[in-house]
Design a protein around this ligand. Structure first.
Ligand code: FDA
Length: 539
């Protein structure tokens, strides 16, 4: 059954008109919004994809792609409607009517935002959830694809592989990430040393702007096209689709995960890896994932470092390269597995039990948990003594984050800092992600607070080892601890505190683009780009 028939939309509107005095402001806004969308959407099909809190599908849809259990709440007092558009015109109508009625819009593609910004707010808002807009058209001749914004990276990988085993796309390792948020925030993954970020491989896009118009690269202009490839699309409009450039991959790639504990010399190996992994052949991506693990003797803890790799070639080609570049790991043929590139995306997503590639079409995470992440960039390798100090800190107490260190270099360092809003290029050698996850024990539990506190302590502890002035961080690993907008009227100067960390000198250009395309800051959220010269007073 549809959430609202078009007739009901009109009846609701009439009821509102005849009893407006007794209705609350928020009801009044809801009714005005409904009336507006029924007028804007002449086909009335929007009524079939518009859900109010009283609809039985409202909560299941809201919860469907909430990936972080920290933000799963049965109370959503400010959320007036969820729209799951099946047509781009629904989005146009929603933008026009939200603007007319002073409602905030939250846009959700895959729902992976670390701080849940795509589906929660402190002010009255609607969610545009793009889960129904996910067609993917791959053009093998042209080596391109048009991808609708509600698709996941797993779906993108799957559809490319369905047509070719020698083409791929550089994007994240988790298959359920949505391309709406992921591509517009950058997109780092195992192919980035060879081909750069997802955002570096976008050649066109369609976006709904603040006036409800659909613009493509030509009609939006190069400034806006620049901004949405790394600056976070939602500050500027709603991305409908991306045109991506596919990249060549060999029919056979090699993967491995080799683990070493402190007792097996992990510190020296990490130190050696860190001095050179950003300079390895562009075909070789090796990341290091450090976790606290149970030691060999009872009651003892250790640090376990997993070196996880994608090599664009065969084992026969990889082994001499490793002997030359990184002999300290002691890699052997038995540690390596040859496979197709598409299988390697499954491997990195954690599907290592021979699952069919159909698992890449699954839109929800294997298991949902509570989590918090933070990130850093390294501009100089950490010394061996520094690594020992960090391991010691991680080993303190009962809880610690997983620390994922990913090498940049290669293609990443050939692209200038200003080419896209993502400024962490030649001067940045590694990205570090601290990722803490846990389960809550019950309503009265303070597990979340304990974990957040510990995470902040580790971040503080890392200060001397990581980038400075600014202490740089990656937009897609969103972190509200860095600061945020305290409302729609936050000034550029105030937002610079966190904006400089994500975008460095590109922040000013982003704010300048924002001034041109959304001067009244309609598309705002807790960490959106404010207009450079802010004007208030208009919708
Ligand atoms: P979500 O739907 O929550 O959107 C994120 C942000 O983008 C929100 O502000 C939202 O409003 C906005 N947005 C979404 N769709 C939009 C649209 N169509 N138009 C305009 N704005 C839109 N990153 C990475 O680079 N490499 C990786 O390997 C990983 N791995 C990873 C694993 C897991 C488990 C998680 C939870 C996250 C990652 N990430 C990552 C981070 C990921 O790139 C980041 O969270 C993205 O913003 C997720 O995009 P979604 O569309 O899924 O999120």
């Amino acid at each position: 059954m549809y959430p609202f028939s078009s007739g009901i939309l009109i009846i609701l509107f009439s009821v509102f008109m005849s009893s407006s005095i007794s209705l609350s402001t928020s009801n009044s806004t809801s009714e005005k919004f409904l009336s507006c969308v029924s007028t804007q959407d002449t086909s009335n099909a929007i009524s079939q994809v518009l859900y109010s809190p009283t609809n039985s599908s409202f909560s299941p849809i809201l919860q469907s792609t909430i990936q972080n259990l920290r933000f799963l709440s049965s109370k959503t007092p400010n959320l007036l409607f969820i729209i799951t558009p099946t047509n781009e015109s629904h989005i146009q109508a929603a933008v026009i009517c939200s603007r007319q009625n002073g409602l905030q819009i939250k846009v959700r593609s895959g729902g992976h935002d670390y701080e849940g910004l795509s589906y929660r707010s402190d002010v009255p808002f609607i969610i545009i959830d793009l889960q129904n807009l996910r067609s993917i058209n791959v053009d093998i001749e042209e080596r391109t694809a048009w991808v609708q914004a509600g698709s996941t990276v797993g779906e993108v990988y799957y559809h490319i592989a369905n047509k070719s085993n020698t083409l791929g796309f550089p994007a994240g390792t988790c298959s359920t990430i949505g391309v709406g948020g992921h591509f517009s925030g950058g997109g780092i993954g195992a192919l980035m040393r060879k081909y750069g970020l997802s955002a570096d491989n976008i050649i066109d896009a369609n976006i709904v702007d603040v006036n409800g118009r659909i613009l493509n690269r030509k009609s939006m202009g190069e400034d806006l096209f620049w901004a949405i490839r790394g600056g976070g699309g939602v500050s500027f409009g709603i991305i409908l689709s991306w045109k991506i450039k596919l990249v060549p991959v060999p029919p056979t790639v090699t993967v491995f995960t080799v683990r070493r504990t402190l007792q097996q010399g992990a510190t020296k190996i990490v130190s050696r890896w860190q001095q050179s992994a950003y300079m390895f052949s562009e075909d070789l991506f090796i990341r290091a994932i450090a976790t606290v693990a149970t030691g060999a003797t009872k009651g003892e803890s250790t640090i376990l470092v997993s070196f996880q790799s994608l090599f664009l070639g065969s084992v026969k080609e990889l082994l001499p390269l490793m002997n030359n570049s990184f002999p300290e790991l002691g890699l052997e043929a038995k540690d390596c597995t040859e496979m197709s590139w598409i299988k390697s995306t499954q491997y990195f997503a954690g599907f290592t039990n021979g699952e069919s590639i159909d698992v890449l079409l699954n839109r929800t995470l294997q298991s949902k948990i509570f989590y918090k992440a933070k990130s850093d960039f390294l501009q100089v390798p950490i010394s061996e003594t520094g690594l020992e100090e960090i391991w010691n800190e991680l080993l303190q107490g009962n809880i610690s984050p997983v620390v994922i260190i990913e090498p940049l270099g290669g293609r990443m360092s050939e692209i200038s800092d200003t080419e896209t809003p993502f400024p962490h290029r030649a001067g940045s050698l590694y990205n570090i992600q601290y990722y803490m996850y846990w389960n809550e024990d019950g309503e009265m539990s303070n597990t979340t607070e304990e974990h957040l506190e510990r995470m902040r302590k580790i971040y503080e502890f890392m200060t001397p080892y990581v980038s400075k002035s600014p202490r740089a961080t990656y937009l897609n690993y969103r972190d509200l601890d860095l600061g945020g907008n305290d409302g729609r009227n936050t000034s550029y100067t105030k937002a610079w505190v966190w904006g400089n960390k994500y975008f460095k000198n590109n922040f000013k250009r982003l704010a300048s683009v924002k001034s041109k395309v959304d001067s009244t800051n309609f598309f705002w959220n807790e960490q959106s780009i404010p207009p450079l010269n802010f004007q208030t007073g208009e919708n």
